[in-house]
Design a protein around this ligand. Structure first.
Ligand SMILES: Nc1nc2c(ncn2[C@@H]2O[C@H](COP(=O)(O)OP(=O)(O)O)[C@@H](O)[C@H]2O)c(=O)[nH]1
Ligand SMILES: [Mg+2]
Length: 361
């Protein structure tokens, strides 16, 4: 299963342009047999320069990057939580996503109407976030009603559990009333577990794409609403043109512009980080491959991403940092320098580890 990012925003802000550019680079779907193909869903490879270097080192026949899924969700409008503009349907789609990318329009164009009549990023962010907040409040109100019904006649631990729930839902609801998104609250792990089944929209991690005009790509953006937020300025139109070009022309363009990656690559990498995901590698003559795990995953579960047998029969992992491996000229050199370490069941796999798993079948 891959992680999915919902692209959210008002109509006509550049969501589909961004989505199309993201998904233009065709991936070899045969490598990801569990992926379904739907028109508004796109599988995107996560760019990672380490794959190239490992593959050269081990003369791998192929490279398999890790992926995330983007979902193009139709525009939300004011009143979406009340069902305006098919709002409920779109909100339900967002509910299924693991994280949200909010596209905000900051480009002027006489031809393309703004749904609220003027280009005003701060107000657009407020409109969208308010709709998400209203939707969450409806969810919480329903949950509160259920909990208040169920608590009647309970005693002891059961009573305590429902009391805890009601207190938490009330407290979160009050914060939403102040316009605070749930992902900005500090919640205890236990509290996060209590709200997890509700799939609250503003509890999902969120980042912003500021879709700026062609001439404004390097202009600094200072929006109070986005302080402390992950925000990436791109020009969606320019990105969609870049996505059509062959790789070496993109390289030339980046060099001329003095940047190392396209805006879209930046978006993909940040989205991956937003999901709290890290990458470990397997590398040999057959293939060099990136594997996605959540930060904090232990070696057996990480091995289980490759095959369940690897997890069940896990004995140990031979681990080396990718850079150490490359700098040592390969496994033999790394072994001589003592850079390959043997790890057991409690080892927390690190970003950039190259792993060989030993297991019983
Ligand atoms: N000038 C300009 N037009 C853009 C840009 N991004 C999108 N558009 C145009 O705005 C219109 C709406 O874009 P679209 O991606 O369909 O918006 P969506 O409704 O958010 O999916 C289309 O005609 C796009 O070509 C941009 O960065 N600059
Ligand atoms: Mg669209």
């Amino acid at each position: 299963m891959s992680f999915s990012i919902g692209i959210v925003g008002l109509p006509n802000v550049g969501k589909s342009t961004t989505f199309n550019a993201l998904t233009k680079k065709q991936i070899d779907i045969a490598n990801y047999p569990f992926c379904t193909i739907e028109p508004n869903k796109g599988i995107v490879e996560v760019p990672d320069h380490r794959l190239q270097q490992l593959s050269e080192l081990n003369k791998s026949a192929k490279i398999i990057p890790t992926i995330i899924e983007f979902i193009d969700i139709a525009g939300l409008v004011r009143g979406a939580h009340k069902g305006e503009g098919l709002g409920n349907k779109f909100l339900a789609t967002i509910r299924e996503c693991d994280a949200i990318v909010q596209v905000v329009r900051d480009f002027q164009s006489g031809d393309i109407i703004h749904v609220e009549g003027r280009v005003d990023p701060a107000s657009d962010i407020e409109t969208i976030n308010l709709e998400l907040i209203f939707a969450d409040q409806q969810t919480l109100d329903n949950a509160l009603k259920k909990s208040r019904d169920k608590i009647k006649g309970t005693k002891g631990n059961e009573f305590k559990e429902y009391t805890k729930q009601i207190e938490l839902f009330d407290r979160i609801n009050a914060k939403l009333n102040e316009g605070i998104l749930i992902h900005d609250l500090t919640l205890e792990p236990e509290e996060k577990e209590l709200i997890a089944p509700l799939n609250l929209l503003t509890a999902k991690p969120m980042m912003y794409i500021m879709n700026v005009g062609e001439s404004d790509v390097s202009k600094p953006i200072t929006l109070a609403a986005l302080q402390d937020k992950v925000m990436i300025p791109i020009c969606a139109k320019l990105e969609s043109e870049l996505a059509e070009l062959p790789a070496d022309e993109v390289k030339d363009y980046l060099a001329a512009a003095g940047i190392t990656q396209t805006g879209l690559d930046h978006v993909i990498v940040e989205a991956y980080k937003l999901l709290n995901l890290i990458t470990y590698f397997t590398s040999g003559p057959k293939e060099t491959r990136a594997w996605t795990i959540t930060r904090g995953t232990l070696a057996p579960q990480a091995a289980g991403k490759i095959h369940t047998d690897f997890e069940h029969g896990f004995i140990a992992a031979e681990v080396v940092n990718w850079e150490h491996l490359v700098q040592s000229g390969g496994e033999v050199g790394a072994k001589e320098k003592g850079l390959i370490h043997l790890e057991g069941k409690l080892y927390e796999v690190q970003d950039g580890d190259v792993c060989v798993f030993r297991f019983n079948v």
